[in-house]
Design a protein around this ligand. Sequence first.
Ligand code: FES
Length: 78
Amino acid sequence: MSDITITVDGKELTVPRDELLIKILNKNNFAIPQFCYHDALGMDGNCRMCMVEIEGQKRPQIACNTFPKEGMEVRTRG
Ligand code: FES
């Protein structure tokens, strides 16, 4: 699958579109709290600790159940 471009805290990243946002953030050293997600276990989505802001979304979203989209702007800090 082709890569796409997103922005995290103002930094442009080229990422695979089929990779969860939480993995992208972890790989690129954006520290976000996370408790229930583990690579080996996959999505859970219960702890709600991995919230990030995404431009155009009314409410924060959990990074462990969000896939990137072309041009997505993510903020990990308030
Ligand atoms: S790490 Fe628990 S909801 Fe995302």
